[in-house]
Design a protein around this ligand. Structure first.
Ligand code: NDP
Length: 329
């Protein structure tokens, strides 16, 4: 007997970003299903700060599933925001704009009776003062780092909204919590890039200008990095198979924590940089570690294979060199 296959229309907000582009790559190369139609949205399809534009895009595509990645992460937001503010503290803008984006997406999904929404939190929203390893139950345990409270509280609120839509209406809105992500299509702009794409761009410039590569801090801090393609595979698994409302951390294991210094060395090797590497210890290191546990993920997917970081970094560096003209920088 044939089982009936559910037809899905999946819209991905933030579809042009680092994670969105990785999901598109994995869908195209490995995970094409005849019963799934994927739509990758940019801010040009709908500015999600605007409720009417959000509704219009849902009206147009009639999604059954939503992967919600769009967020204001730093730097300048798109069209609704005016003026040059890059030198100012954006904490309040990050709070308000992310609240607006998330509320527009979640409430529109509710109005359109979307079957499942997967939103994206981040390990940087966890309490500043904490015990290690960090796990999914600790999201609301104490205040986030002060430098980050706008972004963090807006993200934390997604988990509260998910619970609310579930408790009151039985909706299936959930969230995932990735650690540091890197890969093709990252933001390499030195003003607001994350550590790994920042290192790749700086190494490129040091090589080009025949200068030393200057790394901020001692290089000692430890981080967990997930390759965007691995994360994309996990997102697709969550979309198809994860039934909880509570968030799930999507990360490599605690044993895969790596120092910034080791990451820098991998970048230097991948970029074939022959110059000097200097650590500017007058710059702050930030938190020494943020170790997150992937035990919950491992319970569901004990055999999932993460891309070794040396391979992932090589691919990210190659992508940057090959796509230098179009890379966000
Ligand atoms: P990117 O910065 O690469 O991409 C951001 C995406 O959001 C773009 O597609 C952008 O569209 C879209 N966007 C931003 N503002 C709006 C808006 N007002 N309306 C519509 N679309 C908008 O993000 P990432 O791929 O790095 O991040 C994806 C998610 O993962 C985010 O929720 C982020 O918080 C989370 N995350 C990221 C981590 C990382 O290391 N990068 C770590 C942990 C979590 P456009 O191209 O048109 O501007």
């Amino acid at each position: 007997t044939m089982t009936e296959v559910e037809n899905k229309v999946i819209i991905v907000t933030g579809g042009t970003g680092l994670v969105g582009q990785a999901i598109q790559t994995v869908v195209d190369k490995e995970e094409k299903h005849p019963n799934e139609k994927w739509i990758f949205l940019s801010s040009k399809d709908a500015n999600l700060l605007d409720a009417q534009q959000t509704e219009a895009v849902f009206e147009k595509y009639q999604p059954t599933h939503v992967i919600h990645l769009a967020a204001m992460v730093g730097g300048l937001p798109p069209t609704l925001f005016h003026g040059s503010v890059s030198s100012l503290n954006l904490t309040f803008t990050l709070l308000r704009n992310n609240i607006l984006i998330n509320d527009n997406v979640l409430h529109t999904a509710y109005k359109f009776k979307v079957k499942k929404v997967i939103s994206c939190l981040s390990t940087c929203i966890f309490p500043d003062k904490t015990t290690y390893p960090i796990n999914e139950t600790m999201v609301h345990d104490g205040p986030p780092h002060d430098s980050n409270f706008g972004y963090a509280y807006a993200k934390r609120m997604i988990d509260i909204q998910n619970r609310g839509y579930h408790q009151q209406y039985g909706f299936h809105f959930t969230s995932v919590i990735p650690t540091n992500i890197y890969g093709p299509h990252d933001n390499f702009n030195l003003e607001d890039a994350h550590v790994l794409p920042g290192l790749i761009h700086k190494t490129y410039l040091a090589e080009k200008n025949n200068e030393p590569l200057v790394i901020w801090g001692t290089g000692a801090p430890l981080r967990q990095f997930i390759y965007s393609i691995d994360l994309a595979r996990l997102f697709i698994w969550v979309m198809r198979n994860y039934d909880e409302i509570d968030p799930i951390i999507l990360s490599v294991g605690e044993e895969d924590e790596i120092s910034i210094k080791d990451v820098a060395e991998l970048v230097v090797k991948s970029m074939n940089f022959k110059g000097k590497v200097v650590y500017d210890t007058s710059k702050s290191d930030g938190q020494f570690k943020k170790t997150a546990s992937n035990a919950k993920l491992r319970k569901y997917l004990p055999d999932f294979k993460f891309t070794p970081i040396e391979e992932g970094i090589k691919e990210a560096c190659d992508w940057f060199l090959k796509n230098y003209d179009i890379a966000r920088k």
